[in-house]
Design a protein. Sequence first.
Length: 135
Amino acid sequence: MPAPYTGGCQCDSVSYVVTAEPIRVSACHCKECQRQSGSAFAMSMLVKKDSLTVTGLTKQFTRIADSGNEVTCVFCPECGVRIYHALRSAPDILALKPGTLADTNWLRPDSFIWMKSAQGWVPVPNGVKALEGQT
């Protein structure tokens, strides 16, 4: 599905538009993503920072990822849904949480990352690169 993409949080307090195609879509299996998603992994869709326009108030906190990178997590203060992550090591790129897209039918990760902490029951689809850590 071509850009633009729209999406937002569960309570509709935060919405966004992405005007460019994603750089990459990954499923991250690190323990922090498992904790944040409440599931076996979390998805991230890397986009250029200047292609994302967010409407509505957001809140953020910063943590250190397993990789050592500083990650600023941006979310809706009303319903708590993560909208994106900003990596200090990649200031022009954002990791949008693609489960917040209005249309998710076209999503398919091109890589599974942090497989060394993946749940053993999660299969890697054919044609999807699986990495022990992160590139």
